[in-house]
Design a protein around this ligand. Structure first.
Ligand code: SMG
Ligand code: MG
Length: 387
C-alpha cells in the first residue's frame, strides 16, 4: 500500500510574533469576459491576505468570487468574516505557533473555507519564507513542473469556441476543459472533438444538470477524460447513480469540501476523480489530506483553479506537484486571464508544462507597482497584544 505523503516537519520558528494582518482588495481586468453556467466575470475582484510576523511576512489569496454563485462564499463576505470572526483568533496572549495550527484556531467558526484558507496560505508562505524553503517542499511535492491545463468558458457560438480551442492548443496547452450546461453541450463538444481528435478534453458543468441528470449521458461518446460536477453540490447519491450509467469518469469539484467529504464520495461511488482546490477545502494542508485520501485509494486528482492572480496560482503549482496529481489541472499561464499579473508572470513552457516555483514560500514575486495599481483598499488589523 502506498504511504500517505507526509508534509515536511514544521519549521523551527524564526517567524517571531504575528504583528498583524493586512486585508487588501484588488481588481484585475480579465483579458476577455469569462462566461460559465454560474455567471460571467469580466474583472477579478480578489482579496489578498498579508500576514506580518516579526521575522517574515507572507501572502495568501482568498479565492471567493465576487458573487456567491460557485459556492456560498463571496469576496465581500469573506472580508467581513475575516475582520469580525477570524483574524482576532490568531492574536492575543497565546501567539500562533505555526501554520499547522491555523485551522484549529479557526475551527470554532463554521464554514467559510475560502476565508480560512487565505489566512493559512499567508501563514504558510511566511513560515516557508522565514525558513528559506519552498511551499512545494513543505507540502511534500515530488515534481519540478506540472502539465498545464486551460479552461474555456461558454462562448457566443460553436465557431468561436472551436477558434478559441485552436488558439489554446497553438499556445501550447495539451489539456482543455470546456464549460457545459444543458443547451451548450453536445454540439460544442462534438465540434471541438472533431477539430481535435486526440486532445485531452474534459467538461465542467458546475452542477447545471441537477434538474436533468439523464442529459449527461449525451456527453458519453466523445472520449472525454472526465465530466466534472454535473449535479448539485450535496447530491452524492445522485452522482453515484449517474456514475454507473456513464462510461466517462465523473469528477467532483463543489461537492468535495474536506478530506471527510472525499472519503464519503469515494465510499459511495459518486466519482472516480477529484478536483482539489485548497480554498474550497479550507486550506493547503487539508488539500494535502484530500490528496492523501485519494492516493491511498488509487484515485486520480487534479488541481482546480479559481482565476487566481499569481499569488494563488504559484501556491496551486506547489500543490499540483504532489504525486497523486496525475491529471493536468486548471493551471494556466498568467496571460490566460490577465494582461498584467500582480506577480512576475507565470509562463507556459514549450512542452505544455509550467515550472513549480522553487523560491522561498509560494515563490510568487509580487510586483509592487502592479500591486499598487490594482489595489482598491487596504486595512490593517494589529494582532500583537501589548506587553
Ligand atoms: O482558474 O482556470 C481557472 C478557472 C477554472 O473553471 C474553472 N473554475 O468550477 O472549476 C470551476 C471553475 C470555478 C470558477 S468560475 C466561477
Ligand atoms: Mg469546477
Amino acid at each position: 500500500m502506498l504511504t500517505p505523503s507526509t508534509p515536511g516537519p514544521p519549521e523551527p520558528s524564526t517567524l517571531g510574533a504575528l504583528e498583524g494582518v493586512e486585508l487588501r482588495r484588488v481588481r484585475l481586468p480579465l483579458v476577455a469576459p469569462w462566461h460559465t453556467p454560474i455567471g460571467s466575470v469580466s474583472t477579478r475582484d480578489a482579496l489578498l491576505v498579508r500576514t506580518v510576523f516579526a521575522g517574515a511576512e507572507g501572502w495568501g489569496e482568498c479565492v471567493a468570487m465576487g458573487d456567491p454563485g460557485y459556492s456560498a462564499e463571496y469576496v465581500e463576505g469573506a472580508a467581513d468574516v475575516l475582520r469580525r470572526h477570524l483574524l482576532w483568533r490568531l492574536g492575543g496572549p497565546d501567539p500562533l505557533p505555526a501554520a499547522a495550527d491555523v485551522a484549529a484556531r479557526l475551527a470554532p467558526v463554521k464554514g467559510h473555507p475560502m476565508a480560512k484558507a487565505a489566512i493559512e496560505a499567508a501563514v504558510l508562505d511566511a513560515e516557508c519564507r522565514a525558513a528559506g524553503r519552498s511551499l512545494a517542499a513543505r507540502l511534500g511535492a515530488t515534481r519540478s513542473r506540472v502539465t498545464a491545463g486551460v479552461a474555456v468558458g461558454v462562448t457566443g457560438s460553436v465557431a468561436a469556441l472551436v477558434e478559441e480551442v485552436d488558439r489554446r492548443v497553438a499556445e501550447g496547452y495539451r489539456r482543455v476543459k470546456l464549460k457545459v450546461r444543458p443547451g451548450w453541450d453536445v454540439e460544442p463538444v462534438a465540434a471541438v472533438r472533431a477539430a481535435h481528435p486526440d486532445l485531452a478534453l474534459q467538461v465542467d458543468a458546475n452542477g447545471s444538470y441537477a434538474a436533468a441528470p439523464g442529459r449527461v449521458l449525451a456527453l458519453d461518446g466523445f472520449g472525454l477524460l472526465l465530466i466534472e460536477q454535473p449535479l448539485a453540490d450535496d447530491d452524492l447519491v445522485g452522482h453515484a447513480e449517474l456514475a454507473v450509467r456513464v462510461r466517462t469518469p465523473l469528477c467532483l469539484d463543489e461537492s468535495i469540501t474536506s478530506a471527510a467529504a472525499a472519503r464519503a464520495a469515494l465510499a459511495l461511488g459518486a466519482c472516480r476523480v477529484i478536483n482539489i482546490k485548497a480554498g474550497r477545502v479550507g486550506g493547503y494542508l487539508e488539500a494535502v489530506r484530500v490528496h492523501d485520501v485519494c492516493r491511498e485509494r488509487g484515485v486520480a486528482v487534479w488541481c482546480g483553479g479559481m482565476l487566481e492572480t499569481g499569488v494563488g496560482r504559484a501556491a496551486n503549482l506547489a500543490l499540483a506537484a504532489l504525486d497523486a496529481f496525475s491529471l493536468p489541472g486548471d493551471l494556466s499561464a498568467s496571460d490566460r486571464f490577465y494582461a498584467e499579473d500582480l506577480t512576475e508572470p507565470i509562463r507556459l513552457n514549450d512542452d505544455g508544462t509550467i515550472d513549480v516555483p522553487t523560491g522561498p514560500g509560494s515563490g510568487a514575486e509580487i510586483n509592487p507597482r502592479r500591486l499598487a495599481a490594482s489595489t482598491v483598499s487596504t486595512e490593517w488589523h494589529p494582532l500583537r497584544s501589548s506587553p
